[in-house]
Ligand binder design. Structure first.
Ligand SMILES: [Zn+2]
Length: 137
Protein backbone atom coordinates (compact mmCIF):
# COMPACT_ATOMS: atom_id res chain seq x y z
CA UNK A 1 0.00 0.00 0.00
CA UNK A 2 1.02 3.65 0.10
CA UNK A 3 1.84 4.00 -3.59
CA UNK A 4 -1.84 3.88 -4.47
CA UNK A 5 -3.41 7.01 -5.86
CA UNK A 6 -5.65 8.63 -3.25
CA UNK A 7 -9.38 8.42 -3.92
CA UNK A 8 -12.40 10.03 -2.25
CA UNK A 9 -12.33 7.05 0.13
CA UNK A 10 -8.68 7.53 1.16
CA UNK A 11 -8.51 8.47 4.85
CA UNK A 12 -6.80 11.69 5.88
CA UNK A 13 -5.79 13.08 9.26
CA UNK A 14 -3.58 15.79 10.75
CA UNK A 15 -0.03 14.47 10.67
CA UNK A 16 1.68 16.11 13.62
CA UNK A 17 5.08 14.74 12.60
CA UNK A 18 4.77 17.01 9.56
CA UNK A 19 4.44 19.97 11.91
CA UNK A 20 7.57 18.87 13.78
CA UNK A 21 9.50 18.55 10.53
CA UNK A 22 8.44 22.01 9.41
CA UNK A 23 9.64 23.37 12.73
CA UNK A 24 6.21 24.88 13.10
CA UNK A 25 4.51 25.14 16.42
CA UNK A 26 1.07 23.63 16.07
CA UNK A 27 0.11 25.26 19.34
CA UNK A 28 0.27 28.73 17.78
CA UNK A 29 -2.19 27.56 15.17
CA UNK A 30 -4.44 25.80 17.65
CA UNK A 31 -4.83 28.98 19.66
CA UNK A 32 -6.40 30.61 16.58
CA UNK A 33 -9.26 28.12 16.76
CA UNK A 34 -10.20 28.91 20.35
CA UNK A 35 -13.44 30.69 21.13
CA UNK A 36 -13.18 34.07 22.84
CA UNK A 37 -13.77 32.62 26.29
CA UNK A 38 -11.04 29.99 26.02
CA UNK A 39 -8.69 32.48 24.42
CA UNK A 40 -8.95 34.55 27.57
CA UNK A 41 -8.52 31.53 29.82
CA UNK A 42 -5.67 29.63 28.20
CA UNK A 43 -4.67 31.39 24.99
CA UNK A 44 -2.13 33.61 26.69
CA UNK A 45 -0.37 30.78 28.50
CA UNK A 46 2.92 30.31 26.69
CA UNK A 47 3.97 27.17 28.54
CA UNK A 48 2.62 24.10 26.77
CA UNK A 49 0.30 22.16 29.01
CA UNK A 50 -0.49 18.53 28.27
CA UNK A 51 -3.81 17.02 29.33
CA UNK A 52 -5.63 13.73 28.80
CA UNK A 53 -8.08 13.58 25.93
CA UNK A 54 -10.61 10.78 26.12
CA UNK A 55 -11.93 9.47 22.82
CA UNK A 56 -15.73 9.71 23.03
CA UNK A 57 -16.14 6.51 21.01
CA UNK A 58 -13.36 4.18 22.12
CA UNK A 59 -12.66 5.77 25.56
CA UNK A 60 -9.00 5.60 24.62
CA UNK A 61 -6.92 8.21 26.44
CA UNK A 62 -4.26 10.20 24.66
CA UNK A 63 -1.99 13.06 25.75
CA UNK A 64 -2.72 16.28 23.91
CA UNK A 65 -2.06 19.97 24.25
CA UNK A 66 -4.56 21.65 26.57
CA UNK A 67 -5.42 24.07 23.76
CA UNK A 68 -6.57 21.23 21.55
CA UNK A 69 -8.65 19.66 24.29
CA UNK A 70 -10.34 23.04 24.85
CA UNK A 71 -11.11 23.31 21.13
CA UNK A 72 -12.55 19.81 21.09
CA UNK A 73 -14.55 19.97 24.29
CA UNK A 74 -15.72 23.60 24.13
CA UNK A 75 -15.02 25.76 21.11
CA UNK A 76 -16.01 23.19 18.47
CA UNK A 77 -19.49 23.06 20.01
CA UNK A 78 -20.06 26.80 19.49
CA UNK A 79 -22.25 27.79 16.54
CA UNK A 80 -19.59 29.99 14.93
CA UNK A 81 -16.91 27.27 14.93
CA UNK A 82 -17.76 26.33 11.36
CA UNK A 83 -19.62 28.85 9.25
CA UNK A 84 -20.22 29.26 5.54
CA UNK A 85 -17.43 31.85 5.58
CA UNK A 86 -14.82 29.48 7.02
CA UNK A 87 -12.33 28.65 4.22
CA UNK A 88 -12.47 25.02 3.07
CA UNK A 89 -9.03 24.02 4.31
CA UNK A 90 -9.65 25.62 7.72
CA UNK A 91 -13.00 23.85 7.90
CA UNK A 92 -11.34 20.50 7.25
CA UNK A 93 -8.71 21.23 9.89
CA UNK A 94 -11.43 22.18 12.36
CA UNK A 95 -13.34 18.96 11.71
CA UNK A 96 -10.22 16.99 12.66
CA UNK A 97 -9.66 19.10 15.76
CA UNK A 98 -13.26 18.52 16.80
CA UNK A 99 -13.24 14.76 16.28
CA UNK A 100 -9.90 14.12 18.00
CA UNK A 101 -8.10 13.65 14.66
CA UNK A 102 -9.93 10.50 13.69
CA UNK A 103 -9.13 9.72 10.04
CA UNK A 104 -11.78 10.79 7.51
CA UNK A 105 -12.01 10.46 3.74
CA UNK A 106 -12.87 13.27 1.33
CA UNK A 107 -16.31 11.69 1.03
CA UNK A 108 -16.82 11.79 4.81
CA UNK A 109 -15.49 15.36 5.04
CA UNK A 110 -17.96 16.34 2.35
CA UNK A 111 -20.81 14.81 4.36
CA UNK A 112 -19.78 16.79 7.44
CA UNK A 113 -19.06 20.10 5.73
CA UNK A 114 -21.54 20.18 2.88
CA UNK A 115 -19.40 22.84 1.18
CA UNK A 116 -17.65 21.39 -1.85
CA UNK A 117 -17.96 18.04 -3.64
CA UNK A 118 -15.67 15.20 -2.42
CA UNK A 119 -13.59 15.38 -5.62
CA UNK A 120 -12.77 19.04 -4.93
CA UNK A 121 -11.86 18.26 -1.32
CA UNK A 122 -9.59 15.43 -2.49
CA UNK A 123 -7.88 17.73 -5.00
CA UNK A 124 -7.29 20.41 -2.35
CA UNK A 125 -5.79 17.81 0.00
CA UNK A 126 -3.54 16.09 -2.53
CA UNK A 127 -2.48 18.76 -5.00
CA UNK A 128 0.81 20.56 -4.45
CA UNK A 129 1.86 21.45 -0.94
CA UNK A 130 0.56 19.87 2.25
CA UNK A 131 -1.99 22.14 3.91
CA UNK A 132 -1.86 22.39 7.70
CA UNK A 133 -0.27 18.93 7.93
CA UNK A 134 -3.39 17.21 6.59
CA UNK A 135 -2.14 14.06 4.86
CA UNK A 136 -3.27 10.54 4.04
CA UNK A 137 -3.04 8.18 7.01
ZN1 LIG B 1 -13.94 27.45 23.95
Amino acid sequence: MGALRPTVDTKFHIDFSWWDKQNKNVRVLLVEHLCEECRENIGSVSEPKIVDMVDPVTAEVSKVDAVWEAVRACCSTKPDYLTSETPLIDSIFRVFLANGNQPLSAQELYERLDKRPPEVILRVLTKGTVHLGIRPT
